[in-house]
Design a protein around this ligand. Structure first.
Ligand code: NAD
Length: 346
């Protein structure tokens, strides 16, 4: 396949962890990017520092129909890639309201504006238009000791977060089925890598360890997640936009199933090597805490379809290599951690 034509891409939620990585890749590929982001506690302009001069940034909420409409019309948008979401399961268990508002109502608003825009496009632009709904493997529910999620797995979300993502995905699917809006849904496993907000497992544990605080591991730590590096996930989404078939969904995983306790021990080992404690190992800080309510046991993805149909390949084969790099990134970027935490506290 030759080089794809330059696209005008609206990346909603592009100031977050995965969105900002995706934006960097789009810029590298030569596309024109408008980041549309409400800058919640999880969204930060600092995440876009490397590409700031090459993109346009619009502060806006996906629930704001007029704001979405004006970006779509004025920037002649070819692709909408929706990362905007409330994304933290623990927060959804505390209070699900923002999750329903953004992940369901926000997606509904975005779909409505996208359809209006799509219907006005000339035929050649219509055939290239894509609405990519970035979703999670958590919508499939929980696995036992064996098996994998695929594109055929029925949705069975268990947490308020995954239920709200499933709600948005169902709307997106319906907008394809009913109105032929060219929607593609992607379902991905747990992401890790630079610039993940320090509430998620890996950066949270790193910050606790560096502060000599207990490392809180839910239950007995034996729950399993499949880890994918954020840059591999971003490349998968790009391939889905480029080569995916409207109406289809694509799963992406890391082929790196790990028990939570082993991820935390891995972080401790890296920190022991890179920034040893005065005495002992960081592992001594591990502290088992009461399990998360409704904690899903295991997630795992079979992404053969993405490999076969999109040519998807992971660059980060070995989770431990990516983890080492990630731990190093957090050690070297404490200024980023402090800045985003300070900004979020305002
Ligand atoms: P994140 O929390 O780091 O970023 C979310 C971004 O969305 C932030 O920049 C935030 O400001 C923005 N946002 C939130 N509400 C908004 C609204 N109403 N309008 C506009 N912008 C809004 O999340 P992330 O980890 O980068 O995840 C991005 C997407 O990928 C989410 O949809 C998430 O469900 C999905 N996903 C995440 C993972 C993971 O492991 N992190 C795995 C699979 C799928």
């Amino acid at each position: 396949m030759g080089k794809p034509s330059v696209k005008n891409v609206m990346v909603t939620g592009g100031a977050g962890f995965i969105g900002s990585c995706f934006v960097e890749q789009l810029v590298q590929e030569g596309h024109r990017v408008v980041v549309f982001d409400a800058l919640t506690y999880a969204g930060h302009r600092a995440n876009l520092a490397a590409v700031e001069s090459k993109i346009e940034f619009v502060e806006g909420d996906i629930r704001d129909l007029a704001a979405v409409r004006s970006v779509l019309a004025e920037r002649s948008i070819d692709w909408i890639v929706n990362f905007a979401a409330e994304s933290h399961v623990d927060r959804s268990i505390e209070n699900a309201a923002d999750f329903v508002h953004t992940n369901v109502v926000g997606v509904f608003t975005l779909l409505g504006a996208a359809l209006e825009h799509f219907e006005k496009l000339p035929a050649n632009k219509k055939s290239e238009f894509r609405f990519i709904q970035v979703s999670t493997d958590e919508v499939f529910g929980s696995l036992g000791e064996t098996g994998h999620f695929t594109e055929e797995t029925p949705y069975a979300p268990n947490s308020p977060y995954s239920a709200s993502k499933a709600g948005g995905d169902h709307l997106a699917r319906a907008w394809f089925h009913t109105y032929r809006l060219p929607v593609i849904i992607t379902n991905c496993s747990n992401n890790y890598g630079p610039r993940q907000y320090p509430e998620k497992l890996i950066p949270h544990m790193i910050q606790c360890a560096l502060a000599e605080k207990p490392l809180p591991v839910y239950g007995d730590g034996r729950n399993v997640r499949d880890w994918i590096h954020v840059s591999d996930h971003s490349r998968g989404i790009y391939l889905a936009a480029l080569k995916g078939v409207p109406g289809e969904s694509y799963c992406f995983g890391g082929r790196s199933e790990r028990r939570n306790i082993d991820v935390v021990r891995g972080i401790c080992r890296e920190l022991d090597g890179l920034k040893p404690r005065a005495r002992g190992s960081y592992e001594e800080l591990i502290s088992f805490v009461i399990d998360r309510k409704g904690h899903d046991w295991r997630y795992a993805i079979d992404d053969v379809k993405a490999e076969r149909d999109l040519g998807f390949k992971r660059e980060y084969g070995e989770f431990e290599t990516g983890l080492k790099q990630t731990v190093r990134w957090y050690l070297e970027n404490d200024a980023w951690v402090q800045a985003v935490m300070k900004e979020s506290a305002r």
